[in-house]
Design a protein around this ligand. Structure first.
Ligand SMILES: CC(C)(COP(=O)(O)OP(=O)(O)OC[C@H]1O[C@@H](n2cnc3c(N)ncnc32)[C@H](O)[C@@H]1OP(=O)(O)O)[C@@H](O)C(=O)NCCC(=O)NCCS
Length: 160
């Protein structure tokens, strides 16, 4: 497995990852790619990728993309689910199903944090449903709950 910066050519793959992240729970009927990319509250994570301030990492194995993590800044009048401030980008992360539980997610998270530090970013935020085991990964990586996004979700922040 190798990690590399995400580029404009990864736009479709990032959209795949976003769809997987939205559909993380097997308990809910999956939302179609078309629906995820048509709804402003989910499409906003990849629309127009890459914007100048976007920053991401892609994991590849056997020449195939198997996961990605990226950061995007949002404005207060058009916030993401995990918005805390205009200068704090929000994390999206996902790993192909057959590659989960093998350390790819943790490696992606560390890599995107390293790139953020290099870019002078001081904090990263995210939104996660408490039932999603992704939250364990975030706790272990030093993210702290700063508020409740909804009845089921937390907003978390890591100071880099
Ligand atoms: C969340 C996700 C990105 C994690 O990536 P991953 O490659 O599976 O995770 P890793 O193998 O690096 O594991 C990191 C930690 O996650 C947790 N974890 C991973 N798989 C787990 C599982 N099956 N059950 C419980 N916890 C698990 C553990 O805390 C693990 O740490 P440990 O190995 O020390 O126990 C990935 O599972 C995924 O794509 N999920 C669907 C999309 C999603 O939910 N995105 C996040 C939305 S907020």
């Amino acid at each position: 497995m190798k990690l590399r910066p995400a580029t404009a050519d990864d736009a479709d793959f990032l959209a795949d990852v976003l769809v997987a992240a939205v559909n993380w729970s097997p308990e809910w009927p999956p939302k179609s790619r078309r629906r995820v990319l048509a709804a402003p509250n989910t499409a906003c994570y990849v629309a127009g990728w890459p914007r100048e301030s976007d920053l991401g990492v892609v994991a590849e194995a056997d020449g195939k993309r198997v996961g990605a993590a990226w950061l995007r800044f949002f404005a207060p009048d058009a916030p993401g689910y995990g918005f805390v401030a205009a200068d704090v980008p929000e994390l999206t992360i996902g790993v192909a199903e057959e590659w989960r539980g093998r350390g790819v997610g943790r490696a992606l998270l560390h890599a995107v944090e390293d790139r953020a530090k290099e870019a002078g970013i001081a904090r990263i935020s995210l939104s996660v449903e408490r039932k999603n085991f992704a939250q364990r990964l975030y706790f272990a990586a030093g993210y702290e709950v700063v508020g409740a996004g909804s009845e089921q979700s937390d907003t978390m922040v890591k100071v880099l």
